[in-house]
Design a protein around this ligand. Structure first.
Ligand SMILES: [Zn+2]
Length: 103
């Protein structure tokens, strides 16, 4: 399935911020730890990947099927900044989805 990522704006797209409590959302605690500089980006990345790994293990089929055709995953972060949507794109690509890039 082809998917895209984008900066959050009104309109179409799937919110994957912590607030959305989406299967691909990070937790509030994780986001807060990074925003408050208690953990660096590499640690954030590791913890977010671990979170996704746990959710994937719980239900691999659901995890893969959550990606709909041409779905756009959104977060508020500026495209130039670190954002979990980039990490997510890497994970989904490994699972066989096709990343159409940041739009
Ligand atoms: Zn973000």
């Amino acid at each position: 399935m082809r998917f895209y990522t984008t900066q959050h704006r009104l309109g179409r797209g799937t919110d994957v911020t912590w607030r959305a409590k989406h299967l691909f959302s990070p937790t509030y605690d994780l986001v807060r730890a990074y925003k408050e500089s208690r953990i660096d980006w590499d640690t954030y990345r590791e913890k977010y990947l671990n979170l996704l790994r746990i959710r994937y293990s719980a239900d691999p089929e659901k995890f893969v099927q959550t990606v709909k055709p041409n779905e756009i995953f959104m977060c508020f972060c500026n495209p130039k900044d670190h954002c979990h949507r980039q990490i997510l794109a890497g994970v989904l690509t490994k699972l066989g989805h096709e990343y159409g890039g940041e739009i």
